[in-house]
Ligand binder design. Structure first.
Ligand code: ADE
Length: 241
């Protein structure tokens, strides 16, 4: 896979590209991430990339001609072109999975004050990372790329991807490691029992409990199995007790 990020702030990506799991995935050759400075596609001698809005208003807008030149020089026929923007549907795990199937992705980082609207017709999808406004699309582009590349085959262990929060609209169950006893707070006994059926039952129940507690909205789209309906009943009885 190749991901090209068009940005006004290339230095923001240094830590992202050279640290931890993303670095490992790049070093393995599973993805190439290219950072392109949009300013290199400005034709005026001061390298301007923005201008005042027609009709008045505060702030500056990124220029359509500069953006279009940067995109044309850095995309291919089969590129999936994304534009970061708070004015879009929030990015979800299902979007990360869908986008991980493309071989070439271009992410254009928007500017907080906005871009010329005419650029949007050159974009396949606008992506927001949440209902809040950032100073620019750079952090959003890192979030989107991170969520996509960790899903690539051999990116991280298959087992880590098997049961993940948001797959199947459930949050992951709580997990524990040593020490067994932390100031009297002990790891639940069932996890040390070695009984895989009991452990699965406990973890499934805890996943449901976490989801009920923190993200009950996810359950509206969840297909409940018979076992989960029984677990819900158990949880309800515990609360009532
Ligand atoms: N740019 C500014 N805010 C953003 C957001 N929430 N998501 C994506 N891009 C943005």
């Amino acid at each position: 896979m190749r991901i090209t990020i068009l940005t006004l702030f290339p230095t923001m990506f240094e830590g992202f590209l050279h640290t931890s799991i993303i670095k490992r995935i790049i070093d393995k050759g599973l993805v190439e991430i290219r950072i392109v400075d949009i300013r290199d596609y400005s034709l005026d001698k001061h390298r301007h990339v923005d201008d005042t809005p027609y009709g008045g208003g505060a702030g500056m807008l990124m220029k359509v001609d500069v953006l279009h030149r940067a995109l044309a020089a850095n995309s291919k026929e089969n590129s999936r072109i994304l534009l970061t923007s708070p004015k879009a549907k929030p990015f979800k795990q299902s979007d990360a999975r869908r986008l991980s199937k493309f071989s070439d992705i271009v992410i254009v980082c928007g500017h907080y004050e906005g871009i010329d609207y005419r650029f949007e017709k050159y974009v396949d999808e606008k992506v927001s990372i949440g209902d809040y406004v950032l100073t620019g699309g750079e952090l959003a582009s890192m979030v989107i790329s991170d969520a996509i590349v960790r899903l690539l085959d051999d990116g991280i262990s298959k087992q880590s991807l098997e049961i993940e929060s948001f797959d199947n609209n459930l949050l992951e169950c709580p997990q524990y490691t040593r020490p067994y006893d932390f100031y009297g707070d002990k790891v639940p006994a069932v996890l040390l029992s070695g009984n895989h059926r009991d452990i699965k039952h406990y973890n499934d129940k805890m996943a449901l409990r976490e989801t009920l507690k923190y993200r009950p909205d996810l359950l509206e789209n969840h297909q409940f199995t018979k076992e989960e309906i029984a677990l819900l009943e158990e949880i309800r009885n515990e609360f009532e007790g």
